[in-house]
Design a binder for this molecule. Structure first.
Ligand code: SF4
Length: 201
C-alpha cells in the first residue's frame, strides 16, 4: 500500500481477517458486501453458525488449561487488532503472551483439519501482532474444536506473502467493481446467502 493510500484510510477501507477467509471461498461475496452494501441477507443459518462457533469456542477455552502446553504465560481472549500499514483489522480468539515475551496467536475452528485459508488467517493475525508490538511472531496455532487439538503453524515467508497477495487482490476487486467469476467448487454456493443474486451458478 502506498503512503498516500495509508493516509486516506478510513474504517470502510479496512479489510478484516474474516474477509480473507471469505475471499478464499468466493471473491464474489466480497464484491456484494463492498460494492453493493446493504444487500446482504441475514439468515438463521448464519446467526446459528456464529452462535455455535462462539459457544464451542468458549467451552474449549475453559477445557484447555496451561495454554495446551504450548508455552507458559497469560491467555487473552477476543483481542482486537488494527493495522494502518496493512489496511487490516481483526479480532483474535486467543493470544498467549509467554513469560519469555513471546506472543502466540490461537484461532479456534469448527473443523477437523487445517485448511489453506485457516493458515492465511493465522498468518494475518501474526502480522497484526508483529506490527502492534514490534516483536517477531514465528508461529501460531489453529485449535481444532471437534478434535480438541491445537495444530502449530509456522509463519513462513510464503505464508506471509499469501496474506499480502490476498489483501492486494481484495483491494483490486473493490476498486474495479467488476463481478468476479464464481468459485470453481460450486458446492459452496448451496448454502450461500447470496445465492439468489447469482444467476450463473
Ligand atoms: S452463490 Fe456461489 S458464486 Fe454466488 S456469492 Fe455465493 S458462493 Fe459466490
Amino acid at each position: 500500500m502506498t503512503e498516500a493510500q495509508q493516509t486516506a484510510l478510513d474504517e470502510a477501507d479496512f479489510f478484516t481477517v474474516t474477509d480473507l477467509k471469505q475471499f478464499a471461498y468466493c471473491p464474489r461475496v466480497i464484491y456484494y458486501e463492498r460494492c453493493l452494501p446493504g444487500i446482504r441477507p441475514r439468515t438463521f443459518k448464519m446467526d446459528a453458525g456464529h452462535a455455535v462457533h462462539k459457544e464451542e469456542g468458549e467451552k474449549s477455552r475453559r477445557r484447555v488449561t496451561a495454554s495446551y502446553g504450548i508455552v507458559q504465560g497469560e491467555r487473552l481472549f477476543e483481542v482486537r487488532f488494527r493495522s494502518e500499514r496493512l489496511g487490516l483489522m481483526g479480532v483474535l480468539d486467543e493470544l498467549i503472551v509467554g513469560t519469555d515475551g513471546a506472543r502466540i496467536p490461537v484461532d479456534y475452528k469448527m473443523a477437523r483439519a487445517v485448511s489453506a485459508n485457516h493458515r492465511v488467517q493465522i498468518a494475518a493475525y501474526a502480522m497484526l501482532i508483529e506490527e502492534t508490538w514490534n516483536v517477531p511472531v514465528p508461529r501460531g496455532h489453529i485449535y481444532l474444536i471437534p478434535k480438541r487439538s491445537p495444530v502449530e503453524i509456522l509463519m513462513t515467508p510464503r505464508l506471509r506473502q499469501s496474506v499480502r497477495e490476498s489483501l492486494d487482490a481484495l483491494r483490486n476487486l473493490v476498486q474495479r467493481e467488476a463481478v468476479p467469476p464464481p468459485p470453481a467448487k460450486r458446492a459452496v454456493c448451496a448454502g450461500c446467502e447470496f445465492r439468489r443474486f447469482c444467476n450463473d451458478v
